[in-house]
Write a protein that binds this ligand. Structure first.
Ligand code: UT7
Length: 315
C-alpha cells in the first residue's frame, strides 16, 4: 500500500516542566536530562474524539480525498471517555463516515499495528482507501501525584490515509507478553454477585525494564526487518521512532550506528503520546517538507504488552 496523506491535532494547553515542578517533587533539570521532554500538550476542555476528527480531516484533505472515499477506518486508542461504542464509531459519526470501522488497543506501537492491518486488507483487494487515526490521552491514565509517570506523557491525535500500491515494503509485529511492566486497573460496575476484590490503580510502569526492552527490541526489529527485504541501515533516509524518551531514541540510534540527522524527533515539545506519537511526528515532518519522493522511512515503536512493531515505507 501507499501513504497519501497525514494529519494531526493537539490540545491547546501546553504544560512546561517548571509548571510540573510547582506541585511535584521534580525539576526541569531531572525531566530534561532523563527524558529530553521540555513541555507537553495536555487535554483540558477538549474531547479526544474531536482531536481525532480534526487529525482525520487534515489527513483526508492532504490525501486529496473526500470523507466518502474512505472505505475502511482503523482507530488506535488506549483510553477515552466511552466504554462503548468504540472511539472509531464516535469519530466516524462526527465525520459522517459510513464505512466499517474498528478499534485496536496495542498501546504505543498501535499505529504500526494498524498499518499492518490496513496493508493486509488492501493487499487482499477488500478495501481501497484506509484511514488510520490514533487519538490518545495518556495524561488521563497516570496519577498526577506520581512524578515517575505523569511527567512523561502528552496528549494528541495523529492520522494517515493509505491506498493501493507497493510502497509499504515490510512490517514486523512482535509480542513479549509481560503485563506487569506497564499496567493500569479500572473498577467495573459492582453486581450483587461479585466477591473478588477489585481496585482502581493508575498507570504503573517498571521504567528501567521498559527502557531496556525498548532499546533492544527496536534495534532488533529494525535490523531483522531490513534484512528480510535485502536492505541495510544505509538504505534508510529517516528513522521514525516512538517518542517515549530521548535517551531511548539515542540508545537505538547508537545501537544502529546512525547519525543524528536521520532520526527526527519532537519529544521535547510532546512527551510520550502513545500510539499518536509516530503519526504526529510523521505529520510534522511531512508539513515541514522533510521527505522527498522515494525516501525510505523506517518506523519502530514499543510499549505496553509488551508489544513492539516496525515498518518500512517508501515515501
Ligand atoms: O511508551 C513506552 C512506555 N514507556 C517508556 O518507554 C518509558 C521507559 N522508561 C524510561 O523512560 C525511564 O526509565 C524513566 C524516564 C521512566 C525513568 O528514568 P530512569 O533513569 O530509569 O530513572 P529511575 O526510574 O531509575 O529513577 C531514578 C531516580 C529515583 O530516585 P532514587 O530511587 O534514585 O532516589 C526516582 O525516584 O529518579 C527519581 N525520579 C524522579 N526524580 C525527579 C523518578 N521520577 C522523577 C522525577 N523527578 N519526575
Amino acid at each position: 500500500m501507499n501513504i497519501i496523506g497525514t494529519g494531526s491535532a493537539l490540545p491547546k494547553k501546553i504544560v512546561t516542566n517548571d509548571e510540573l515542578s510547582s506541585f511535584l517533587d521534580t525539576s526541569d533539570e531531572w525531566i530534561t536530562s532523563r527524558t529530553g521532554i521540555r513541555s507537553r500538550h495536555v487535554i483540558s476542555d477538549e474531547k479526544i474524539e474531536d482531536l481525532g476528527m480534526e487529525a482525520a480531516r487534515r489527513a483526508i484533505a492532504d490525501a486529496g480525498l473526500e470523507i466518502s472515499d474512505i472505505d475502511f477506518f482503523i482507530c488506535s486508542n488506549v483510553i477515552n471517555e466511552y466504554v462503548t461504542p468504540g472511539i472509531s464509531c464516535i469519530i466516524a459519526a462526527g465525520l459522517g463516515m459510513k464505512c466499517p470501522c474498528i478499534d485496536i488497543n496495542c498501546a504505543c506501537p498501535g499505529f504500526i499495528y494498524a498499518m499492518d492491518i490496513a496493508d493486509t486488507y488492501i493487499s487482499a483487494g477488500k478495501y481501497s482507501n484506509v484511514l488510520i487515526v490514533c487519538p490518545e490521552e495518556p495524561t488521563r491514565m497516570t496519577s498526577w501525584e506520581d512524578r515517575s509517570t505523569c511527567v512523561l506523557f502528552g496528549d494528541g491525535a495523529g492520522a494517515a490515509v493509505f491506498t493501493k500500491g507497493d510502497n509499504l515494503k515490510a512490517t514486523r509485529l512482535s509480542a513479549d507478553p509481560a503485563p506487569d511492566k506497564i499496567w493500569q486497573f479500572h473498577k467495573l460496575t459492582p453486581t450483587p454477585y461479585i466477591t473478588k476484590e477489585e481496585t482502581e490503580v493508575p498507570l504503573q510502569m517498571k521504567g528501567r525494564d521498559v527502557f531496556r526492552f525498548a532499546v533492544s527490541t527496536s534495534a532488533r526489529d529494525i535490523r531483522e526487518l531490513l534484512a528480510g527485504v535485502n536492505m541495510t541501515i544505509d538504505d534508510v533516509d529517516y528513522f521514525m521512532i516512538h517518542q517515549a524518551n530521548m535517551r531511548i531514541i539515542e540508545g537505538i540510534r547508537n545501537a544502529l550506528g546512525v547519525e543524528e540527522k536521520r532520526f527526527p524527533t519532537n519529544i521535547a515539545d510532546h512527551g510520550n503520546s502513545s500510539s499518536a506519537s509516530c503519526p504526529i511526528l510523521l505529520d510534522e515532518c511531512n508539513r515541514k517538507g522533510l521527505f522527498k519522493k522515494g525516501d525510505i522511512l523506517v518506523f519502530s515503536a514499543f510499549g505496553a504488552g509488551l508489544l513492539s512493531a516496525a515498518a518500512i515505507l517508501e515515501w
